[in-house]
Design a binder for this molecule. Structure first.
Ligand SMILES: Cc1cc2nc3c(=O)[nH]c(=O)nc-3n(C[C@H](O)[C@H](O)[C@H](O)COP(=O)(O)O)c2cc1C
Length: 320
């Protein structure tokens, strides 16, 4: 079989989207800055390298204002963010911001800023720096670890997520055996499982229609609305600011939405073309929902939606 031209001829956007199928955790890496001010940035390229000695790596874009500081830093800290720290992740992903003014931190004996309340912190000494195209690859030797009982934040498909257990055949067998697991009494467990199973079907339909899940979430949020602010869209789509901006610009280029500025804030509104791309998907999603709730009538469905809305409103401050 000859090479498929579609496989070899990919754009930067194709590359970014393909990489986004590889879900990662989210970290903030901090170090002393060359000019004396601490530096920090949101990083998803963190990974393990070696057990003995304990080595980790991450890569920093050469375009970052802090790139030279990270390259020069003899010590740095990698903070694995918890599901409650999406605001911090967004703050540390903005170039040139005074990032440390928005969070509790201390300076450790090596001059490294250390952030509070993360899931895990790896204190590292620099082991090696490698050239990596438009990034530097920084390898660190882990000198110390601090762990908290917090659930790690996940980043995949350009959006923040939480990790939920897969419904494995083993898991189902346990259910059928009538073995009660403590998770069975947790609403959260059933919500996660229902979300993943139903989401899988809806997202398949979205991809079949030629949209990415991020594009679908944005277009669905704009449907029937005069306009929505970027912050409203971030809350509704779970997209980080960079991915949201990228996707909105490409949707605008395709005539699927319009972007505007008002009083210093950015807004997006739908177009007729954008609306028609999601109308069929709304119908399909409703059909998937009806099938998933086969025994329930309209009234039960509304009660369920009201209950979920209550949960959303009562937990709104978490993670925002
Ligand atoms: C979820 C997420 C993951 C990111 N991962 C990386 C990364 O691995 N490497 C990187 O250089 N930038 C990454 N970024 C972008 C940087 O956070 C951003 O460019 C950085 O804050 C710029 O810092 P500066 O103030 O030094 O210019 C990521 C952003 C987000 C939202």
């Amino acid at each position: 079989m000859g090479p498929d031209p579609k496989v070899q001829d990919f754009s930067q956007r194709d590359f970014r989207e393909a990489l986004s199928t590889f879900a990662t955790g989210v970290t903030i890496v901090t170090a002393p800055g060359l000019n004396g001010d601490p530096v920090g940035m949101t990083v998803s390229s963190f990974n393990s390298v070696s057990m003995d000695p304990p080595l980790v790596l991450w890569s920093v874009t050469k375009a970052a204002l802090s790139a030279q500081s990270f390259k020069a830093a003899k010590r740095f800290a990698v903070h694995v963010l918890s599901v409650e720290q999406t605001t911090l992740s967004n703050a540390f992903s903005k170039s040139g911001m005074d990032k440390f003014s928005v969070c509790d931190h201390e300076i450790d004996p090596f001059g490294v800023p250390v952030l509070a309340d993360c899931a895990t912190r790896f204190d590292c000494s620099q082991w090696a720096v490698y050239e990596g195209g438009d990034h530097w690859i920084i390898v660190g030797k882990v000198e110390g670890i601090e762990r908290n009982r917090k659930e790690g934040l996940v980043f995949g498909g350009g959006a923040y997520a939480v990790a939920a257990p897969l419904t494995t055949p083993a898991g189902r067998a346990a259910d059928h055996d009538g073995l009660d697991s403590p998770a069975d009494s947790l609403l959260f467990y059933h919500l996660s499982r229902a979300y993943h199973q139903m989401g899988h079907r809806i997202h398949e339909a979205v991809r079949d229609s030629g949209l990415t899940v991020g594009e679908w979430r944005i277009l669905a949020s704009l449907h029937g609305e005069a306009s929505r602010s970027y912050s409203e869209l971030m809350a509704r789509t779970f997209l980080d600011p960079q991915s949201l901006g990228d996707i909105l610009r490409s949707l605008e280029a395709d005539g699927l939405c319009r972007l505007s500025e008002q009083d210093g804030a950015s807004f997006a509104s739908g177009t007729a073309q954008g609306a028609s791309r999601v109308e069929k998907l709304f119908a399909l999603s409703h059909a998937i929902e009806r099938k998933a709730l086969s025994d329930a009538g309209d009234e039960d469905r509304e009660v369920l939606i009201e209950g979920l809305k209550q949960i959303v409103s009562n937990t709104e401050t978490i993670g925002s």
